[in-house]
Design a binder for this molecule. Sequence first.
Ligand SMILES: NC(=O)c1ccc[n+]([C@@H]2O[C@H](COP(=O)([O-])OP(=O)(O)OC[C@H]3O[C@@H](n4cnc5c(N)ncnc54)[C@H](OP(=O)(O)O)[C@@H]3O)[C@@H](O)[C@H]2O)c1
Length: 340
Amino acid sequence: MNSQQNCPGTVLITGTTSGVGLYAAQSLLKRGWRVITANRSTARAEEAAAKLGLALQNPEKLLHIKMDLSDLNSVRDGVKNLLTKLDAPLDAIVCNAAVYLPRLKSPRRSAQGYEISMATNHFGHFLLIQLLLDNLRSSPRSSWKSNSWGLESARLVMLGTVTANYKELGGKIPIPAPADLGSLAGFEEGFLDPISMANGKRFKPGKAYKDSKLCNMITIQELYKRFRGSPIVYSSLYPGCVANTKLFRNTPKIFQWLFPWFQRLITGGFVSMELAGDRVAQVVSDPEFCISGVHWSWGNRQRKNRIQFSQKLSDRIMAPNRSKRVWELSMKLVGLEEKS
Ligand SMILES: NC(=O)c1ccc[n+]([C@@H]2O[C@H](COP(=O)([O-])OP(=O)(O)OC[C@H]3O[C@@H](n4cnc5c(N)ncnc54)[C@H](OP(=O)(O)O)[C@@H]3O)[C@@H](O)[C@H]2O)c1
């Protein structure tokens, strides 16, 4: 498929039943990419894609595979299945799927017994990346051009967020608490019941989401540090506040009604799903995003024709000892050995 004219490559994207992931798939298909989606329900992924006419327009360029990111066994099975279906290496991976469950009274547990937001948003993607890194490295899209890997590199893209970046105002919101992994005591102690937070402290469901996104952003920075010379471009992005996606389905109904309105009229931060999806596709595809280790943003207040910039990240993401330890503990908690 990659060898076909006008096909820049094959991209795997997680979580496309709705929201940013669905519209990113649409934008990538429009740009000619072959898109493989990973979802816990392939039927719902097909249904969502059909509603946008994606399957009709691109019958040979869209494939759905089953993968429940909250379950490490399902991630392993999904990757095995994926590898049997590929006739060439992947050219890009987009880690997009996530859950946000701010109203849980007590921790919900994954198949492996981990708190569900961290399990889905971080551990599932962390394992997926580890299992597919070698495959992505062999993408023919990356070729050595005089002193760099060229602009059409293989790319690994992570959805980050403003609320996980303490450097930005949105990352300092004290309700329920800013993202902070503390001493990592919860991870160090095995992250199983009764532990539910990375810092080992009391369960705060809204913070559990922010912490998991903090781990996502740390993962990109740590990949960049560890594999700086590799042909893969590692990036994260904040697509803007897409205040009307299903991500907010667990928030109170009044919040779901007011939040998009507030973001549109008061903060000016509102971004449509189409624009957010297109921003993801730009980071995957466009030459100007071929800089590794960058967290891309278009700012919090949306302005017409504003272009992307490299957003500064807090020490909670960048501190080398911390990110190294998050990596080591994540390897252990997903059941992998560090390669020496
Ligand atoms: N919305 C925003 O304002 C915003 C801002 C910054 C960053 N983001 C990030 O953007 C990404 C997409 O969020 P969104 O707003 O588009 O939310 P969304 O509409 O709820 O989409 C989330 C996707 O993740 C999937 N998913 C959830 N749990 C899964 C699991 N266990 N296994 C596989 N897939 C699973 C969902 O599928 P199901 O139908 O199976 O649940 C859905 O397809 C997230 O990473 C989020 O953190 C969003």
